[in-house]
Design a protein around this ligand. Sequence first.
Ligand SMILES: CC(C)(COP(=O)(O)OP(=O)(O)OC[C@H]1O[C@@H](n2cnc3c(N)ncnc32)[C@H](O)[C@@H]1OP(=O)(O)O)[C@@H](O)C(=O)NCCC(=O)NCCS
Length: 275
Amino acid sequence: MSLFFFRSASEFSISEIADLLTRGFEGYFIPIFVDDTTLLTMMRRDGIDLTESRLLFKDGEPIGVALIARRGWTSRLAAMGIVSHSRSNGAGTWAMQHLVEEARMRGDREMLLEVIEQNTAGVKLYQKVGFKIVRRLLGYKIENPSADSKDELQEVDIRELARLVTYHGLKDLPWQLSGASIVQHTPPARAFRLHDAYCLISNPEAEHVSIASVLVKTSSRGAGLSPVLMRALFARFPNKTWHVPAIYPEEICAVFDEVGMRREDISQWQMALTL
Ligand SMILES: CC(C)(COP(=O)(O)OP(=O)(O)OC[C@H]1O[C@@H](n2cnc3c(N)ncnc32)[C@H](O)[C@@H]1OP(=O)(O)O)[C@@H](O)C(=O)NCCC(=O)NCCS
């Protein structure tokens, strides 16, 4: 009989899940610390369903967590971590095989995830259970960019931007860039417009600002609007470190190169499995 078993994450407190996630990501490529607020924000923004998320046990001890997000026919492995002393011992394989089977049983048609390209164990694990690469996702950074734009940004409701992303964005955008995720962002995040170009940024009063969405309406593409928008943003909020998280499709990243941002070392694979 298998040593492993699952319990629904809904049987545990937010703090217990957050603590096990932090331990599951120990020694990761980027430091990950999950507290209650981080987990609650992930749940709201990314549509994580705790009833379908799982804690993994071995010999009665919790050794890992898998968070499952759900929208319509599609689910997403939003996070998976196994505590360091239990890795490379078949736990991840057991968990993924069961998560895929559970997704099939509840009627999902597709399962998605993103994995850091350099995460050999993660990539091998997901390929082993049938996930295929959709595309590479890149991240960027720039400190105190100089910009002397005279263009005036107009602030818009984040809901309006989310609606436009759903209408004009790539249909298979990574989960966190999709309109359904964008609509869950709230102040102090802010959305801006310049002509037909739009963006969403995290709190611009902070020293580090993250670019959560960039969109140009379909009819205005090819006119170089997005770098103009980015420069206007840099000018409006000077002396910041700007971050583009590694969730942007490689094919739409030219804008970040164009405004002088530096590509992050870490990139991701967007992966999908037809169930
Ligand atoms: C990625 C992770 C979930 C995999 O779980 P695991 O229990 O270690 O996985 P398994 O033991 O079932 O191994 C799965 C496959 O990964 C590969 N693998 C495992 N450990 C590896 C290692 N140290 N180096 C390279 N490949 C490794 C193997 O190909 C293995 O398949 P095989 O045994 O049939 O050859 C786990 O290592 C982990 O939690 N890491 C930290 C957090 C993380 O990276 N999460 C994923 C984010 S998307």
